[in-house]
Every structure is written in C-alpha cells, then in structure tokens.
Design a protein around this ligand. Sequence first.
Ligand SMILES: [Zn+2]
Length: 54
Amino acid sequence: MTKRPCPMCKKPRSEQFTPFCSARCRDLDLASWFDESYAVPGPPALPEDQSRDN
Ligand SMILES: [Zn+2]
C-alpha cells in the first residue's frame, strides 16, 4: 500500500486520525465540507417578493 499524506497539510497521516495527520486537520476538513453544503442552500429565500415587485 502506498502511504498517502494528509490531504489537508500534506504531512504524514496519523493512524488515529487517518486519512489526516491530526484532529485539527480532520476538523478543518469537516468544517470545509460543512461550509460547502451550507453555501448551497438552493433557491433564494424570497423569490416571491421579487416577482411581485415586477
Ligand atoms: Zn494535516
């Protein structure tokens, strides 16, 4: 098996936090995932207001 580095900081990964090197990098990755799903909520919250203003 090839040893892959931590995807966050490219340091050698830790077995405990694989595939990351530390809890910090793991949390960073989780946070970025959370951020992305947060940033894709779908349609705007108030579409009706805009069409009504037409
Ligand atoms: Zn790392």
